[in-house]
Design a protein around this ligand. Structure first.
Ligand code: NOJ
Ligand code: MG
Length: 616
């Protein structure tokens, strides 16, 4: 009978709920660790002066809207002096505002208004390259010191008496060689992006010093941090080695991904530079009695190992692009099944270094909009993931409305990445479709501008898809985002543990749980054809009776709908957020007694059985 006791004890131990799937989340200690970051594309957000181009005063006029929505941080994509070859990511003066967008005074007014509203402001900083119209480049091409070595210059090689670039490196913008011959200097310069975006030489200490001065200039104007651009491209292999072919299908010899970028991307020297900037920003905060942390968000499309290095080298938030790009940061992410989505979540959570803050990005100015890429039926599902997973959430302007990509003809296309291809392929490469004017209302140019002619055409769906319509409707993507951001501010979402599972093969589910708080449960049917009924008994602490707190607008499920936890039916694509039915008894997760109950009852049974069989 002793065998029976041992057996029963074993059963008792096995009955202790296993915590292996529960991922704990650190209690936030800094403002940015649970921030909601809203990316503004200045050119298309709001035009204040009727020239058809967005501007800083336009942005300022809409900050109240963002504060009302619950946004905490606005990130402004580049508004600096620029010939706008790459929409402002080609900066000709880092310390001045492009007159098309306003003045430095306008910028100061924007920051002042933001501060009044409790909003933080983060600027885009583009260190890898300047515009070829930047004063430094002009001085460098004339070999004027100290600017002579500010850029990456090279004599090239002679092949059968013909001058050629030093190696086979290709431009990211699919225009062929990344080297351009400069008649003035009689040398090639490197441009990893557009020919009008020469790469700075990050092996030159003077260049690093210049970058710090730029950061200081904007910190002095009261901003709260930077989103730092294109980090994988800063330093290149010093021996200028040729890159091997990638073997990837669908790319021609002049396309960037024709080669495998082992010498122009992700070089070890890049990370130390990130550390330098982080230290600089920290030192600034210390020396100027700034009490709140200035934050660095870093942009790098790379594989998981390389992305995680940015945490180690000081980035507060290395953007998590794995919902956008695949594991190598090249092809589009595969999000076909619930499992694909859950894998991306757990991969990030379990690979972050100790103490790291998670973050999630589904859209930005470089990628097709969510409503187009994943379907309008998944807009709410994506926003539920974005706002209820732990850490920082980044949303691109317009995605709160489910704005879609705008079809643009070859003639209307401006993006160099597309213009360098041809009319049969440009759509695949173009980033203009996600950059068209923000749809405020159903008036002229969607309320973006009083001008009929705008920077890029307004999407023809603006009569239905616009903010005013969604604000006045009882049920809309916007209303759901508002509710999600509100929920996101509760303790259970800020610091609750995460238990994420795939149910019935097609349901993405997770719970957020915190001691003494009621858990929040998310269910998303990722199948767009088949309904599915789930049983939530697989989650430890889910109360028996539940109610819907937020429902996606196409689910046909109303907020307030009640469910019993072992039978919840979800139509195709439906996404819901659940909590305890507020009309039933308390559902807060108590202290450890909850976990001990099954153990104690089985031990009790063991004792009785023992007694009965008189086992010694
Ligand atoms: C990354 C930016 O996000 C993208 O829009 C830009 O074209 C490249 N950097 C080059 O500056
Ligand atoms: Mg304007």
């Amino acid at each position: 009978m002793c065998t029976l006791r041992v057996l029963l004890l074993t059963v008792a131990l096995a009955a202790i709920p296993s915590n292996t799937e529960t991922i704990s989340v650190r209690r936030p200690t800094e403002w940015w660790q649970t921030a909601t970051l809203y990316q503004i594309w200045p050119r298309s957000f709001k035009d204040s002066d009727g020239d058809g181009v967005g501007d800083l005063n336009g942005i300022t006029s809409k900050l109240d809207y963002l504060a009302e929505l619950g946004i905490e941080v606005v990130w402004l994509s580049p508004f600096f002096a620029s010939p706008l070859i790459d929409s402002g990511y080609d900066v000709s003066d880092y310390l001045s505002v492009n007159p098309a967008y306003g003045t430095l005074d306008d910028f100061d007014a924007l920051v002042a208004r933001a501060k009044k509203l409790g909003l933080k402001v983060v600027l885009d900083y583009v260190p890898n390259h300047t515009s070829d119209e930047h004063a430094w480049f002009n001085l460098s091409r004339h070999s004027v010191d100290p600017y002579t070595d500010y850029y990456v210059w090279n004599d090239g090689i002679s092949v059968n008496g013909t001058r050629q670039p030093p190696n086979n490196w290709l431009s990211v913008f699919n225009s062929g060689s990344a080297w351009q011959w400069d008649e003035t200097r009689q040398q090639y310069y490197l441009h990893q992006f557009h020919v009008k975006q020469p790469d700075l030489n990050f092996r030159n200490e003077k260049v690093i010093n210049e970058t710090k001065n730029i950061l200081t200039f904007w910190l002095d104007r009261g901003i709260d941090g930077f989103r730092i651009d294109s980090l994988p491209y800063m330093v290149e292999n010093i021996d200028l080695l040729d890159e091997p072919e990638s073997g990837l299908e669908g790319y021609t010899e002049t396309d960037f991904y024709y080669l495998d970028h082992i010498y122009v991307k992700d070089q070890p020297e890049n990370y130390e530079i990130v550390r330098t900037w982080r230290n600089h920003v920290d030192d600034y905060s210390k020396s100027s009695n700034v009490t709140s942390t200035r934050v660095t968000f870093t942009e790098a499309y790379a594989n998981l190992t390389n992305i995680m290095k940015y945490y180690e080298y000081g980035s507060h938030v290395p953007f998590n692009f794995f919902f956008i790009k695949d594991s190598e940061g090249v092809n589009n992410a595969i999000l076909d099944t619930a499992d694909d989505v859950v894998q991306i979540i757990t991969q990030w959570m379990t690979n972050m270094p100790e103490g790291g803050t998670a973050n999630w990005v589904f859209g930005n100015h470089d990628n097709s909009r969510i409503a187009t890429k994943l379907g309008e039926g998944r807009v709410d599902a994506v926003n539920i993931l974005l706002f209820l997973l732990p850490g920082v959430a980044t949303i691109y302007n317009g995605d709160e409305l489910g704005m879609t990509d705008t079809y643009l003809t070859w003639q209307q296309t401006e993006d160099p990445q597309a213009c360098n291809t041809d009319p049969s392929r440009y759509e695949y490469f173009s980033r203009d479709p996600e950059r068209t004017p923000y749809q405020w209302d159903n008036t002229t140019s969607a309320g973006f501008s009083t001008n009929n002619v705008t920077m890029l055409p307004v999407n023809s769906n603006y009569l239905e898809v616009n903010l005013a319509a969604q604000q006045s409707s009882d049920v809309s993507h916007y209303k759901n985002v508002e509710a999600l951001i509100k929920l996101r501010r509760t303790n259970v979402i800020r610091e609750g543990s995460l238990d994420v599972k795939v149910l019935n093969d097609s349901i993405i589910s997770f719970s957020r749980e915190l001691k003494n708080e009621e858990p929040i449960i998310v269910l998303i049917n990722w199948d767009n054809e088949t309904s599915s009924t789930v049983n939530l008994e697989v989650f430890e602490n889910v109360p028996d009776n539940l109610e819907v707190l937020i429902a996606d607008i196409h689910s046909g499920i109303d907020v307030g709908t009640k469910y019993v936890k072992n039978e919840i039916s979800l139509p195709p694509n439906a996404a819901i957020v659940l909590r305890r039915d507020q009309t039933s008894g308390s559902g807060a997760i108590g202290s450890s007694d909850h976990h001990l109950l099954p153990l104690l009852s089985i031990l009790f049974i063991t004792l009785i059985v023992n007694r009965f069989f008189n086992c010694h």
